[in-house]
Write a protein of this length. Structure first.
Length: 254
């Protein structure tokens, strides 16, 4: 990494680590500052979904990339963060963690985590990017909740082991994400796309996108050069840049 990073802060309870990290950015905080929360009461996932967890059942972390230079790299930051997290979990826990576009970490067909990247602006400039990471680590079926039965998993459920050193894990995740983001300015985009493709969990599978009964189905064909998802539909090849993609019909979204 190009510069030393501050220690990851751990707070007992917050509403949203991303909200606090964004406030830090607007106030001019150091690059790489990060916050882990033992309890998060109003965390947000993609599409405004809640992301909450019992104390220390998972890793709830937000990482700051400070500076206006991140604006040009913003489209690739979610891909880089996903690859960094998947690689770390695969190495640390010997788990076959894959990626589901656009931001899910999965083991098989079950989600074990997610990433939410948000650009932060002040009145006069782009301040940087906040990367929020939620990982199911020590959660059992009860902690995950009945609504996620069969659709979510955790380190504990996959291995039977728990992770006692969540602070150490948070520091490792932060370091991996910052290093991956910093590498974007010197590495060709094709390198990141190739690394993401090697972890792609839905390539070649039927997927659905869109809303409710109007959802369209097709076969996922990997990433476009700009990081969008290529889907082969009955009407031809589509490139998705936003929205929800599932591997089950809309009546049973996963």
């Amino acid at each position: 990494m190009s510069r030393p990073l501050p220690p990851v802060e751990c707070w007992d309870e917050v509403d949203s680590t991303n909200r606090i990290a964004a406030a830090w950015l607007r106030a001019g905080c150091l690059h790489g500052r990060a916050l882990r929360a033992r309890i998060q009461t109003a965390g947000r996932g993609r599409l405004g979904r809640n992301w909450t967890a019992p104390p220390d059942s998972g890793l709830t972390l937000s990482v700051v990339l400070a500076g206006p230079e991140w604006f040009a790299l913003a489209p690739r930051i979610p891909l880089a963060a996903g690859v960094a997290c998947a690689d770390l979990l695969r190495t640390r826990y010997n788990l076959p963690v894959g990626l589901k576009w656009p931001n899910d970490l999965v083991v098989g067909s079950r989600k074990c985590g997610g990433i939410l990247c948000e650009g932060v602006t002040t009145a006069s400039r782009f301040a940087g990017v906040v990367i929020g990471i939620g990982l199911n680590i020590n959660a059992d079926e009860g902690a995950l909740g009945a609504e996620l039965a069969g659709r979510a998993t955790s380190l504990f459920l996959e291995t039977g082991n728990t992770e006692a050193d969540l602070d150490g894990l948070a520091s490792d995740v932060r370091d991996a994400i910052v290093a991956a983001a910093e590498a974007l300015s010197t590495s060709p985009p094709e390198q990141l796309l190739a690394r993401w493709a090697a972890l792609d969990s839905i390539r070649g599978r039927q997927v659905w996108f869109g809303e409710g009964h109007s959802a369209t189905s097709g076969i996922a064909e990997g990433l476009a050069p700009d990081g969008g998802l290529l889907v082969r539909t009955a009407d031809g090849l589509r490139t998705l840049h936003a929205g929800e993609v599932t591997t089950q019909p809309p009546s049973d979204p996963r």
